[in-house]
Design a binder for this molecule. Structure first.
Ligand SMILES: [Zn+2]
Length: 66
């Protein structure tokens, strides 16, 4: 299994999920939506910085910004 990063199209939260090969059914752990998009793992993807993403609850975030 590989750890992928996803972003939820509904609540715009990013999360990581262990995904089996060929398994694309990933559910957002925050809102339960299946409308998620896979991000490139361990890479800062350009073009997804839309709006001020509220990260008030993610105190333990490792932080992808530099
Ligand atoms: Zn969501």
């Amino acid at each position: 299994m590989i750890l992928f990063e996803f972003i939820c199209e509904d609540c715009k939260k990013e999360f990581e999920e262990l995904v089996k090969f060929g398994d694309d059914k990933v559910k957002c752990p925050y809102c339960g939506s299946f409308n998620v998009k896979k991000l490139l793992s361990a890479v800062n993807v350009k073009g997804v910085e839309q709006g001020p993403v509220a990260s008030a609850n993610s105190c333990s975030s490792v932080g992808g910004f530099s």
